[in-house]
Structures are given as structure tokens and as C-alpha cells.
Ligand binder design. Structure first.
Ligand SMILES: Cc1cc2nc3c(=O)[nH]c(=O)nc-3n(C[C@H](O)[C@H](O)[C@H](O)COP(=O)(O)OP(=O)(O)OC[C@H]3O[C@@H](n4cnc5c(N)ncnc54)[C@H](O)[C@@H]3O)c2cc1C
Length: 553
């Protein structure tokens, strides 16, 4: 990369970008754009990725955070999709075993539920075969007694048994970021806060983009042989801009997640369970919290403002209280939340939940390639298909042939782990290094599952900071890392997408918000007024994520 992956010297960075021409510009810094950028760079293209907000600020920071095969797509007979994402799970796990962690899933079978014993057993078997699952990960069917032992909160009276099968859990925003960062040493370039506002054309063919730097407001025109539109829920807006919005269109559906303290909802393990209206939902324990989701409702409002209504929250809480009768969750128990939009492909007459999660690629007359649909889990394959499309055009139009896709063998930034065991060993090592400062095994787990081997850099920064409070000192070290190496521009980038603390440890945002603001003020040379504005924005964000009192209506 010609410039550091940091916004501290933004104007120099912009000057460098402005002076270059690219083979490929990727619009959108979600997982789709990240995957395309890495794949194309690895095949020898000169790539620039442009993201209008922060990386993963769209759908890719707001998913259920599972790398999963999509069991429910079996019900829709989407065998191809189950096969592809099912097989991808194992590959993505191998590329970053610290960030894509095995997560066994319990599927309770209850009286009157949508899954019977025989059908579940058969379905999970087919799932294993399609996803090429082997060894200990193969599905097991459990008797009610066994299931209750595993998860005592399940409803004893109506429980008939359970399916037990393997999935993976991740942090979607960090996965997106690490995919982008993996491409940087190979020559990829990426900017956040850079909104593509128009296309450049030469003889009616797209020949670059015009983008606005969101920080200074300056406009830049950048030439590129090809442009891929990976703007997620905003894909159609850019197709419209290109004059090529015809045929298939996006259909956006909203999905909401709620977070509770682990003590309030102490599930021992992840559960995929029936909702009374026939849908399915997840309850996933994660460190200090348990999160639940998701809803799936049509969304036709402004994609830049996706809110959570009290009705969404009540729907999810009611479903949990139905399946876990001893829990009695209430709105006041919610400590955090998020909502995202699924950029699905519209199919006439189908409801939100029935729409296929398959991805599609559209090439317009102007040569603009747009990619939408799909899943976080299948990002690598989606990227391969999109870059194959560019490779074909490159061959036909420029006589240049590209290498084949190699991303299945490219460990992600932060990982040189070959197996889970090595991740655990590294966690033990990190714990040994931090235990004397009063840190717990949770802290070692958090550091390694967030940063992998980059934990070393965080600990080096930690050693340079003078602060009598160890947890504040650690969070300041993380903020310095995010500013210097991960293009974080403000405390929200840091607390939401670099660390996930806004969702999974909101108390640390409340207690150390000021210290983190101090780090941003120092790095970006911000005065008192700017510091106060950051504080106000952070407070407001904490409120939006956690306040479900009735006056929110
Ligand atoms: C509630 C929910 C739960 C889900 N759970 C899972 C799950 O557990 N597992 C799974 O595999 N999948 C899951 N998915 C699906 C998955 O999250 C999405 O398929 C995926 O994140 C889409 O990524 P994307 O990059 O295409 O879109 P996005 O992440 O939205 O990225 C598009 C980016 O483009 C940027 N952009 C838009 N316009 C412009 C412009 N003009 N210039 C520059 N940048 C622009 C946006 O800011 C955005 O960051 C879930 C989806 C939802 C909504």
C-alpha cells in the first residue's frame, strides 16, 4: 500500500490516490467489496476500494454474525446455496480460526413446533452431506433429557428432543476489515469516508468514478478500467445513477438483534429455535452477553436510517419467553441492539423470509458490474464470481489474462494459526502476559478473538501508555492501534466496528468513552469543541443502542 491504513494523514493519502489510475474500483466496503478487493488484487489487478461511511457500516456490521450453512434454506429446497455456504464455512474458519470460531447449535424439537424428529434428523443429515461436514462436527439427534442437560432453560414440558449440529460464529465487521487488510500488502488500496457520487464515461463505457471525501467535502475523479458496484442495500441507487436499473431489483428486509446481560439470559450454548409464527430465531451466548435475533420484515424507507421499533423488540422478547419459559425477559433488560438490511433480489409474490439469499451479478451496457444478494458466509465465492466476470472482460477488451482465484489458501490478517488448538494456546500465552495486571481469561479471549496475532501490537502499545487503570490503559492501546492501522476516524468506528464493544461490552463504552475520545483528540489534533462534539455523539449512540424505555415510541 502506498499510504498507511490510517486517516491521520488524510490529505496526503487523497493526493496519492488522486494521482493514480486503477484496473478496478470497488464501490462499497462491506464484506462483498472487501472480498472482491482482495481477490482482484491477488490476481494482479491494481485495485481501489471506496466506502462512503466506515468499513462494515452497512449490513456487514449488523448480521447475526454467524458463518453458517443456512439450515433453513433446505426448507426452500435451495440445495445449491446450502452446499456452497456450507462448504465455505470450513474454508473461512481455516483462513482465520481466531475470528471464525466453531459454535455448536442446538435445535430444540417441541410439541407443535415446525420441525418433527424424523424430518430434523433427515434434514440435518442432508445438511451435513451438502456442506461436506465430517468427524465430530456431524449432526447428532438428542433425547429430551440429553437436550435439557445441555441447555436446562429449554421448555421441559413440551420438549421432545433436539438436533445438535455445527456452525461457526464471527465478528462480521472485523472479518470485513481483516479481509480488506489482507489485500493491503499485496497492493490493494482502500479508503473509508469516500462516497462515489457519479461515474465517469468514455465512449459510453464506465471509465472511472467521481467521489466525495466526506471529511473535507472535496471531490475527486479517478480513472479505472472497470468498476464493481458492491454497495449492498445501495446497489440499485448506483445502477439508477448509471441509467441501468432494469430487470431484477433489490428487495430490502430488516433484521433486528437485541443484547441482554448473560446473567439475565444465561443460555449455556447457542440455540436455533421456533418462533410461534413459524419463523426461526437464534439465541447466542457471547462473552458477557447473550444476543437474540432476528426479525425479517420488508423495508422501504431510507436505507441510511434503519431504526428499531418497540414492536420489533417485543416480537423478539415474546419469542424468547415462549421458548425459555423461566426467563421472563423485558424491554428494560435490553442493554444493546443493532438492525441491518438484507440486500436481497426481489421475487414476485414471495414474502421477506421466502426470498432466496443467492447472490446475482448484473453487467450493464456501460460495463458497470453490480453484485448483490448473498451472505456473509459466501463472500469469498461471491468475490470469485465477480472477479471472474471482470477477468473475462479484461481478456476480451485488453487481451490480458488474470490468474485464477487463490483466496481459499490465503490466511486473513491476524492469523497464522493452522488449527483451533493453536488459537487456544496463544490465548493462554496472552493470559500469562496480562494476568499480573489484573486481567481475566475473558480479556485474553477478547483480545485474541478480536485481533488474533495482532494482539502483540496492542500489548506493545499498552506498554508505552502511562495509566493507573489497566482496563483503561488497554482500551487506549486498542484505540491507538485502530487509529494508526485500521483507519478509525472517530470513537464510534472504534466502539462499534473495530471492537464490537458497543454491542458486547457497552459498560466499557460508558466507563472509558472519555479516554478513547482523548486518544482521537490527540491523534487528529482536535480542540475542546471537537472533543465535546465527539462526546455528545458517543452518548447519543449509547442511548440509541440501549434505550428501549416506552418514551422511545
Ligand atoms: C439481520 C441480518 C442478519 C444476517 N445474518 C447473517 C449471518 O449470520 N451469516 C451470514 O452469512 N449472512 C448474514 N446476513 C447477510 C449478510 O450480512 C449480507 O449478505 C452481507 O453483509 C452483505 O454485504 P455487502 O457488502 O453486500 O453489503 P454492505 O455490508 O451493506 O456493504 C455495502 C457498503 O457500500 C457502501 N456504499 C453504499 N453506497 C456507496 C457509495 N455511493 N460510495 C461508496 N460506498 C457506498 C455502504 O456504506 C456499505 O458499507 C445477515 C443480514 C442481515 C440484515
Amino acid at each position: 500500500m502506498d499510504f498507511p491504513f490510517s486517516n491521520v494523514n488524510r490529505s496526503e493519502t487523497l493526493q496519492k490516490v488522486a494521482g493514480q489510475a486503477y484496473d478496478l474500483i470497488v464501490i462499497g466496503g462491506g464484506i462483498t467489496g472487501a472480498g472482491v478487493s482482495l481477490d482482484a488484487t491477488a490476481r494482479g489487478l491494481k485495485v481501489l476500494l471506496l466506502e462512503k461511511g466506515d468499513f462494515a457500516s452497512g449490513t456487514s456490521g449488523k448480521s447475526t454474525k454467524l458463518i453458517h450453512g443456512g439450515l433453513r434454506y433446505l426448507k426452500q429446497f435451495d440445495f445449491w446455496l446450502v452446499h456452497e455456504v456450507g462448504s465455505e464455512r470450513a474454508i473461512v474458519h481455516k483462513l482465520a480460526p481466531h475470528l471464525v470460531l466453531p459454535e455448536k447449535m442446538l435445535l430444540p424439537l417441541i410439541e407443535g413446533g415446525s420441525y418433527g424428529k424424523w424430518l430434523t434428523s433427515f434434514g440435518l443429515k442432508v445438511y451435513d452431506i451438502l456442506a461436506e461436514v465430517d468427524g465430530d462436527d456431524k449432526r447428532r439427534m438428542l433425547e429430551a433429557k440429553e437436550a435439557l442437560k445441555m441447555e436446562p432453560l429449554l421448555p421441559k414440558k413440551i420438549l421432545k428432543g433436539a438436533g445438535y449440529y455445527a456452525e461457526y460464529r464471527t465478528d462480521d465487521a472485523r472479518l470485513t476489515l481483516e479481509v480488506i487488510k489482507t489485500g493491503l500488502p499485496l497492493g490493494a488500496q482502500a479508503l473509508n469516508q469516500a462516497e462515489v457520487v457519479d461515474f465517469l464515461y468514455s465512449q459510453d463505457r464506465v471509465s472511472g468514478v467521481k467521489f466525495r471525501d466526506a471529511i473535507s467535502g472535496s471531490m475527486f475523479e479517478i480513472a479505472s478500467k472497470y468498476v464493481i458496484n458492491a454497495a449492498g442495500p445501495w446497489v440499485d441507487g448506483l445502477r439508477l445513477q448509471d441509467g441501468s436499473l432494469g430487470g431484477k431489483r433489490l428487495h430490502l428486509t430488516k433484521g433486528v438483534h437485541l443484547v441482554f446481560p448473560r446473567e439475565k439470559f444465561p443460555v449455556r450454548q447457542s440455540v436455533y429455535f421456533d418462533v410461534p409464527d413459524g419463523r426461526m430465531m437464534f439465541a447466542i451466548p457471547r462473552g458477557k452477553v447473550t444476543y437474540i435475533g432476528t426479525t425479517d420484515t420488508n423495508f422501504t424507507q431510507d436505507s441510511d436510517r434503519v431504526g428499531i421499533d418497540i414492536t420489533d423488540a417485543v416480537y423478539l422478547i415474546t419469542a424468547v419467553n415462549h421458548m425459555f419459559p423461566d426467563i421472563n425477559l423485558e424491554l428494560k433488560d435490553i442493554i444493546s441492539s443493532w438492525a441491518g438490511l438484507r440486500p436481497l433480489i426481489h421475487e414476485e409474490g414471495k414474502s421477506a423470509s421466502e426470498l432466496s439469499r443467492k447472490d446475482e451479478i448484473f453487467t450493464s451496457k456501460s460495463g458497470l458490474v453490480s453484485i448483490a444478494g448473498g451472505k456473509l458466509t459466501g463472500y469469498r465465492k461471491m468475490a470469485e464470481r465477480a472477479v471472474n466476470r471482470i477477468a473475462k472482460m479484461m481478456e476480451e477488451e485488453h487481451g490480458r489474462s488474470l490468474k485464477a482465484c487463490t483466496t481459499d489458501k490465503m490466511p486473513l490478517c491476524g492469523s497464522d494459526f493452522k488449527k483451533n488448538k493453536q488459537v487456544q494456546k496463544y490465548m493462554d500465552l496472552v493470559f500469562d502476559r496480562i494476568r499480573d495486571s489484573g486481567f481475566s481469561t475473558y480479556d485474553a479471549w477478547y483480545l485474541v478473538t478480536t485481533y488474533g496475532k495482532q494482539t502483540q501490537s496492542i500489548l506493545e502499545l499498552y506498554a508505552q501508555i502511562q495509566d493507573e487503570d489497566p482496563s483503561r490503559r488497554l482500551i487506549r492501546a486498542e484505540a491507538r492501534f485502530a487509529i494508526a492501522h485500521e483507519m478509525a476516524l472517530d470513537p464510534l468506528d472504534f466502539f462499534i466496528r473495530r471492537t464490537g464493544r458497543m454491542y458486547f461490552d457497552i459498560e466499557s463504552v460508558r466507563s472509558h468513552g472519555k479516554a478513547v475520545i482523548g486518544e482521537f483528540q490527540q491523534a487528529f489534533k482536535l480542540g475542546k469543541t471537537a472533543g465535546e462534539a465527539l462526546e455528545k455523539a458517543l452518548k447519543e449512540s449509547v442511548r440509541q443502542h440501549s434505550d428501549f424505555s416506552m418514551d422511545r415510541i
